[in-house]
Design a protein around this ligand. Structure first.
Ligand code: IMP
Length: 436
C-alpha cells in the first residue's frame, strides 16, 4: 500500500513523500552464544503470527517446549508448530538432515499445509556428519567443539558449489548420480579419514526421504513474498547466537552460518526492507557450549551455581554449558550488529540468591582499557561492575513487583547496552513473562 506524507522542510516548502506502508516480517535473534531461550519467546510470540520461519543453522539447534504436560523437542521445525493456526517454514538458509527432520516430524500428527520446506535448502547427508566428527578429532586440542551434526561440511559444500539441495529429491535419478559422483571425486579425502559410504544403499534412503518430505517442498521465497503482499504476519526465527556468526562471531570458534539478523534475508529471500521489528534474545548472565573465547566465564562456585540454577546443559548434545556473567560489551556489539529495536531478557530468576552479581562493562587488552570487541577476544581481561543481588524474582509477572535490586540491574543493563529491554522472563513457564 502507498501512503502520501506531506511535511515542511527547513526552508518552509511543503514536500510530498510517497512512502510504502506495507507488512514487514519481525525477527527474533540470539544475542550471545546461543541457548538464550529463543524457544520460549518464539513460542510465546508465535501465537500472534500467521507464519514462522527458520532461516539458518540446522539440527545443531534445539529446544524443548512443554505444552499441557507434553514435551516437544524442536531442532529444525520452527516453534510456531505449536500454534495450530501458524504455517511453519524451513527457509533456504537452513541445512537439513532429512533423517533428523523426519524423526522430528513424527512428534506431530498432521503437518500437511502447516509445514513447508524450501526447495533450495541444502541437505546434510551421512558423509557430512562423518566428516564433521573426523575433522574435529584431527583438530585435537584446537577442536571447535561442534555438535557433530555435519553442519560445517554441509555449508562448506554449499559454498563450494558441491552441495545437494533438498528440491533435488524431485529427480532421484539425477540426485543419486550426483551423490555417487561426489563420493567418487572425494574418495581420497574420505578414505584418508576412514570414511566409507555404502553407495548401494543411497537410492533406498533417497526414496524414503522423497516419500516423507516431497509434499512439503516448495519455493518458500515466492510463498513469503506473496504472504507479505497479502498482509500476513511473519516471524523470522534465528538459531544459535550472534557470537557464533561465521563472519562476526568469535571465528574460528563459530558455527558455519550467518546467525545475525542480516542472515534472515539471505536465508529466506526477503529483502532488508521487508524486515520489521528486531528483538534480540539475551540471558541475564552468559553461557557458551563448545570451545572458544568467553571473557566472563566463571570457573569457581558462581559458575557452578549458574549452571545448576539455570540447568545449563545442551539440549542437542547434553554437554554442560560454560557459565559466566553478563558481558555488556558483547551484548552492545551484538545489538548494534543486529539492529535490535529491543531485547528480551531471559532467565532473570536464575540470578535469585546471588549475593553479588557482576556485569562486564569493558575489557583490558595489552594494558589498555577498551570498550569494543577486539579480534583477539581470548586475550582480554574483563572489567567488572558489581551489583547487589536479590532473593526472589522467580515467577514474577509484573515489573513493579520485582525486587528493587533486580529492577535496578535491568535498568542499568539497558543503559550499558544502549537498547531497551521490553520483555523479561522469570521462569520457563509461558505466563511468567513481564512486558514493559
Ligand atoms: P556446529 O554448529 O555444530 O558446527 O558447532 C560450532 C559451534 O557452535 C560449537 O561451539 C557448538 O557448540 C556451537 N553451537 C552450535 N549450535 C548451537 C546452539 O544451538 N546453541 C549453542 N551453541 C551452538
Amino acid at each position: 500500500m502507498l501512503c502520501i506524507i506531506t511535511e515542511k522542510n527547513r526552508y518552509g516548502y511543503c514536500v510530498i513523500m510517497i512512502k510504502e506502508n506495507r507488512q514487514k516480517a519481525d525477527l527474533i535473534v540470539g544475542i550471545q552464544w546461543g541457548d538464550e531461550g529463543k524457544g520460549k519467546i518464539v513460542d510465546l510470540l508465535a501465537q500472534n503470527y500467521d507464519i514462522v520461519v527458520r532461516y539458518q543453522g540446522g539440527h545443531n539447534a534445539g529446544h524443548t517446549i512443554v505444552i499441557d504436560n507434553k514435551k516437544y523437542a524442536l531442532h529444525l521445525i520452527p516453534s510456531g508448530i505449536l500454534n495450530p493456526k501458524a504455517i511453519n517454514i524451513i527457509g533456504n538458509g537452513v541445512v537439513i538432515s532429512p533423517d533428523a527432520l523426519i524423526e522430528e516430524m513424527e512428534q506431530f500428527e498432521n503437518l500437511e499445509n502447516r509445514l513447508f520446506i524450501s526447495d533450495s535448502a541444502h541437505m546434510i547427508l551421512e558423509h557430512h556428519i562423518l566428516l564433521d566428527q573426523a575433522k574435529e578429532k584431527l583438530r585435537g586440542k584446537n577442536a571447535i567443539g561442534t555438535t557433530g551434526r555435519g553442519i560445517g561440511p554441509a555449508y562448506s559444500d554449499k559454498v563450494g558449489r558441491n552441495g545437494f539441495r533438498i528440491g533435488k529429491l524431485r529427480n532421484l535419478d539425477q540426485l543419486e548420480n550426483e551423490i555417487i559422483d561426489y563420493l567418487q571425486q572425494n574418495r581420497p579425502i574420505l578414505e584418508s579419514l576412514n570414511i566409507d559410504i555404502e553407495t548401494s544403499s543411497i537410492r533406498k534412503k533417497l526414496e524414503f526421504y522423497k516419500e516423507k518430505l516431497e509434499k512439503y517442498i516448495i519455493n518458500t521465497t515466492h510463498y513469503l513474498w506473496k504472504a507479505i503482499e497479502e498482509g500476513k504476519k511473519i516471524l523470522l526465527e534465528g538459531a544459535q547466537g550472534t557470537m557464533l556468526d561465521i563472519d562476526h562471531g568469535t571465528y574460528p570458534y563459530v558455527t558455519s552460518s550467518s546467525t545475525i539478523s542480516a542472515g534472515a534475508c539471505i536465508g529466506t529471500g526477503l529483502n532488508p526492507k521487508d524486515i520489521g521489528t528486531i528483538t534480540g534474545i539475551v540471558k541475564a548472565y552468559a553461557t557458551r557450549v563448545g570451545n572458544g573465547p568467553f571473557p566472563t566465564e566463571e570457573f569457581g562456585e558462581d559458575g557452578e551455581k549458574l549452571r545448576e540454577q539455570g540447568f545449563e546443559f545442551g539440549t542437542t548434545t547434553g554437554r554442560p554449558r560454560r557459565c559466566g556473567w553478563f558481558d555488556a560489551v558483547a551484548v552492545k556489539y551484538a545489538s548494534r550488529l543486529n539492529g535490535c529495536d529491543n531485547l528480551a531478557l531471559m532467565k532473570l530468576d536464575v540470578l535469585d540468591g546471588f549475593e553479588k552479581i557482576k556485569v562486564c562493562t569493558g575489557y583490558r587488552l595489552n594494558g589498555k582499557e577498551i570498550d569494543y570487541l577486539p579480534n583477539e577476544l581470548e586475550k582480554v581481561e574483563p572489567i567488572y561492575r558489581e551489583f547487589p543481588g536479590w532473593d526472589k524474582s522467580k515467577g514474577v509477572r509484573n515489573f513493579e513487583e520485582l525486587p528493587e535490586n533486580a529492577k535496578n540491574y535491568i535498568r542499568e543493563l539497558e543503559k550499558l547496552v544502549e537498547t531497551k529491554i521490553s520483555l523479561i522472563s522469570t521462569s520457563p513457564d509461558r505466563e511468567d513473562t513481564i512486558r514493559i
